[in-house]
Design a binder for this molecule. Sequence first.
Ligand code: HEM
Length: 473
Amino acid sequence: MHILSPLLHQSFDSLSRKYGPIFSVDFGSIPCVVASTPHFAKLILQTNEQAFNCRYESMAIKRLTYDASLAFSPYGDYWRFVKKLSMSELLSSRNINNFQQLRLQENHVILKLFANKAKSYEAVNVTQEFLKVTNSVISKMMLGEAEEARDVIRDVTEMFGEFNVSDFIWLFKKFDIQGLGKRIEDLFLRFDTLVERVISKREEMRKNKGIVKNKDKEAGTEFRDFLDILLDCIGNEKSEVKIERVHIKALVMDFFTAATDTTAISTEWALVELMNNPSLLQKAREEIDKVVGKNKLVDESDGPNLPYLQAIVMESYRLHPPVPMVARRCVKDCKIENYMIPKNSLIFVNTWSIGRNLKYWDNPLEFDPERFLQNSTDSYIDVRGQNFSLLPFGSGARMCPGINLTMRLVPALLGAIIQCFDFHVLDSKGDIMNGGAIDVNERPGLTAPRAHDLVCIPIERIGYHGPLETLGC
Ligand code: HEM
């Protein structure tokens, strides 16, 4: 235990350099296996997928996900049912398209805020504002309204990544020696109160007005949000799986935790890397000028025509995967090459480490989007779980179902921001940084955000008022 730091993926990275591409380490009474190469990642996540298709549930995860979430439930009938439902009713291409206008409006909110702050030369906490955008987008897609859940969600993801001695050392199972139990209960209450309020309000609305539909004015079509679909499932005798209120709460928690932090983190890492590499920022802007022009704001429809911007996002996933390790639980004894992995072992595929390994990437610590452009040897690599040297969204049946949403949201938000603004970055004392790089330290947790919030004064770019004018700025 003493050799592990709170940034577990970094400790495991150092250990893999000493002990090799696959090694075991005991967390108290629980055996863990750490894999740090594309070869072993493939053997675990693809070749022997059936042995590793569940996740480990700590005391905190069990309680905070109501022991009924999609992300943490065992591979089986319930998982299959909620996965299918989520894919068809929340994350299908049709649904992602339905909510495009909503995402655009959320982007406009942050751009207007930056424009106002630029006018008054005031600082803005960019980290918090990105979280507000992603929280609002996922909240409106799921619940039909912007529910302020980002604070509780960040606390939850941090709690998921915390090491609880009682989980790992059987002797302490009954004792809460770190006081985590009390913090878990407090967090549970905060989230439960929030989600209970939203569900009750919707039930009341359904009683009074019937089912309320959203309208896509441009397409002239109507569609419903996820909460309505889930409420329909309650008491549905024909449903393959009996859905109750607790399942709805679990799914709401699931999507808030899985989507909010990760998407905001990846946008921030990409922006920080561009701030630290002005020549790359310049190149991205030249591409935007050429493809989008100086009078229109970058939006999701521009994404496919901006390969350099896409390459920046990919490079950011390589160097700063928002989920640094794919964590699974072994459900049956499994032999991998000469290693026997016992049932119930915890498995970590260290994607963070693979992304920084000289064996798989040239100059791995350099932020170089060019490596993902045509004519580069790595240009064929994508992030959809088939290339095991780049796994920001995992791989196989338990791979991230939010990838399509994220791959549209992040480039559009990042592109619009760098199109319109420069930034004066503030240091920890609140002074404007004069030269020097913005720090790229990480904070512990299930995700890997930057250690310190990014606080900046936005500066409107000269000659780029056109896109902002379309927003009435
Ligand atoms: C940059 C953004 C994101 C990153 C880097 C990310 C990454 C991941 C990773 C690494 C996993 C585990 C995959 C595995 O075990 O193989 C995962 C699972 C998951 N993600 Fe994401 N994710 C992101 C955004 C989203 C979004 C936007 C949503 C939903 C709206 C989402 C929903 C989920 C869910 C529900 C799971 C659990 C799937 C299951 O166990 O079957 N994620 N994500």
